[in-house]
Design a protein around this ligand. Sequence first.
Ligand code: ADP
Ligand code: MG
Length: 733
Amino acid sequence: MSTTYRRFDALEAVRKAEKTLIARNGTDSSKLNMNVAEIFGENCLSIDTLKERLPKSVWKVLKKTIRDNEPLEPNVADAVAVVMKEWASEKGATHYTHWFQPLTGATAEKHDSFITPNQGGGAITQFSGEDLLRGEPDASSFPSGGLRPTFEARGYTAWDPTSPAFIIENGNGSTLCIPTVFASWKGQSLDFKTPLLRSTEALNQQALRALKLFGQEDVTWVNSTGGYEQEYFLIDQEFFYRRPDLMTSGRTLFGAQPPKGQELDDHYFGSIPDRILSFMLEAERELYRVGVPVKTRHNEVAPSQFEIAPVFEKANVAADHQQLTMITLKKVARKYGLVCLLHEKPFAGLNGSGKHLNWSMTTSKGGNLLEPGDSPHANMQFLFFFAATLKGVHNHQGLLRASIASAGNDHRLGANEAPPAILSAYIGEQLEDIVSQMKNGGATSSKDGGLLGLGIPVLPNIPKHAGDRNRTSPFAFTGNKFEFRAVGSEQTVSFPSAILNVTAAEAIEAMTDRLEEELGKNGDLEKALKVVLKETFEEIDPFLFNGDGYSDEWQKEAKKRGLLNLKTTLDALPYIASESTIKLFEKYNVLSELELESRLEIYLEQYFIKLNIEAETTEDIARTMVIPATIRYLNEILAVSDRGKTTGLDISTTNVLAKEVNALLSDLIKEVEKLGKVNADLGGDTIPEKAKHLAEVVLPEMNKVRVISDKLEKVIADDYWPLPSYREMLFVK
Ligand code: ADP
Ligand code: MG
C-alpha cells in the first residue's frame, strides 16, 4: 500500500533548510552592511542627486514640479533623461522600465534595454527625454473594464516626476525603474496612481483656499501624507509548495484548527525568531537602499505573523513605497526559504492581516494640518481640518468602504479581528468632549487648559495614541493623524488614500464656502468658525462612536443612526460608481463616470475570478488529495475488519471507526459533486450575476467541503494526510 510522505519530506526539508540557506546566502546579519547612513537611498535617484547633477536652470524648473506640484515643462525631460541614464549606468543598470500600478492592484513593468544598434554593427546606449516621458507597453491584457477594446490595445505610461526613480538589482543585472501613470490611448486612467495624483491636486487647491482665511497666505502647497503599516505571514516554502491552495489563492482552503492557535498571545511582540530576524534585516536593508524609510518591526497577534511600518511621506511617494515594500518582502523571503503571505486571511481561525493607513495633510511650510497647535489660532485651524476630514468620510462612507472591498478582505471585516464593515470614527475622549460642547454653541470648558475668547477651546494635550485605546474603530484619530484600519494587507493603498484626499477636498470646499458666508456677515473669524463647526459637528454626530465596534449592539445602534453596514464586497462595490461618487469625482476631475464604471466592472470581475479559482482549487484538492487519502486509510481499517473475521478477534470498535470514516467520506464525495456542479453553472450572463452566484452559491458550498475535510483531518492517520497542517506551517520556523 502506498502512503504519501509528502508532509514528512517537507518537515525534513525545513529542518535542514536553515543551515544551508544561511550558508548559501551569507545571511548572517553581521555580514550585511547595515550602516543606514551609508546605504540609505543609494539605489534611489533622490532629489539631492538630481539637484547636484542637473544644470541649474533645469533643476529650478523641475523643482517646481517635484516640490510645488506644478505641471512639468516638457523641455526638462531631455536633461533629466541624461542624468537618469548616467546615474543608472553607474549603478550597473542595463535596462529601464516604466513602473506602474495597473488595476490588478499590483505593479507592472516592461523592461527595455538602453542599447541601440548603430550602423557599424556595434551598439550604443541611449535614453531620451521621449523614453522618459512616455512608454507604450503592449497592454492588451491589463484590466480596462471595457475602456480599451483589444483591437485598440495601446495604453501608454507617462513619467510621474514627483516619485523618485530607483534601481532594482538582480544577481545578473540591474534595472532602472521609473514610476509612471498608465492610461488608455484616449487618456482614460487605467491605474491607481492617476486618481491619487488628481485627488492630491483637488485637496491642494481647496486646502490652500481655506488656509488663506486663516491668514496662511504664504503656504504654497498642501499635500496629504501617508504612513502604511503592513502585516504579513511567513511560512517555510517547503510547506507552501505542498499546499496547492496557498499557491493558487494565497489562502488555505482546508486545514483543521491546531490545538494551539493564538490563544496564549505568546507570539505578539515576542522575541523574533532568528531566521525571521535575518530576513527582516535584509528586507529592511533592501528597502533602505531604494529609499523606503522603514522604521518598526514586530511580531503580530497570530503565530508566524509580523508587521513592518515606515516613517510617513507624501502620500504619492508613500504609496509607491508601499508597493515596493510588498515586493521586497516577497522577494527577500525566498532567499531565506520562506514565503511571505500577504493575503488578508491565509489561515481560518487566526487573525488575518491588514494594513493601517495613516493619513494627514502637510503644507509647504512643513506643518501638519491635523496637529492640534499650542496657540489659539492654530487650534481653530486644526478644528477646521479635523472636522472637514470627518465630514468627508461621513458623506462618502460607502465609497471608502468600497475602496477596500475584496474577496480576501471579506474574511476579516467584522470578524472581531478587524473593524466591522460599518464605518465610524473614534476621536478620543478629549476631542469628543470639545465636539459636544461646540455642538451646544461653543466650548465652555476644556479637559485641561483654559478657554479663549469666543468659545474656541484651548485644546488639551491630546495623547498621540489616544486612538489606540479603541482598536475596534475603523477610522481613529490618533493624536495628529487619522488611521484608517480596514484596509486589507494585499490591497493597494492608493485608492483609499485618493478617496480620503477627495472627500476631504469636498468637505473643505463646502466649509470654506460657509466660512466666507459667515465672515461676510460680521468679519470675525472666530465667530464665523464657531457657527461652521457647530453645524459640521452636528452633521457628523452619527458618525462618531467611541464604543465597542465588535459588539452586536453597535450593529443595531448603527442602523438606528442611519450608517451604512455593507457587509460584503458585493454590498459595497456599487458605491464605486454611485451617483454621489460620480458627482464627487467629476467635480474634482479625479475620475470620469466612464472610468468609475469601468473600475466597478473590473473589481466585480476580479472578485468573481478569485472566487472561481478558489472553488476550482477546493474541488481539485478534495478530489485528488483528501478523498484518495481517506480511501487508503479506510482500506487499511477494512483490512483489519476482514482479518478479524478469521482470527476471531472482536473488531467491533474498529468497525465503528470504519463507519465514521466512511460516513465522512460519502458526505465529502457528495458535497464535492455539488461544488463541481454549482461552479460549472455561471449563474447568469453578466459579471454582476456571475459574481453574485459565486458569493451566494459557490462560496457556501466550498465551505461545506472544507468542514467535512477538516473533520477528516482529525480522524484519519497522520501519515496519510497529504496537506501540511496548520500546526506545522505556523509553528515550524
Ligand atoms: P504606532 O501606531 O505604531 O504606535 P505611530 O502612531 O507613530 O506609531 O505611527 C504609525 C504610522 O503612522 C507610521 O507609519 C507613521 O509614520 C505614520 N504617521 C505618523 N504621523 C503621520 C502623519 N502625519 N501622516 C501620515 N502618517 C503618519
Ligand atoms: Mg497603528
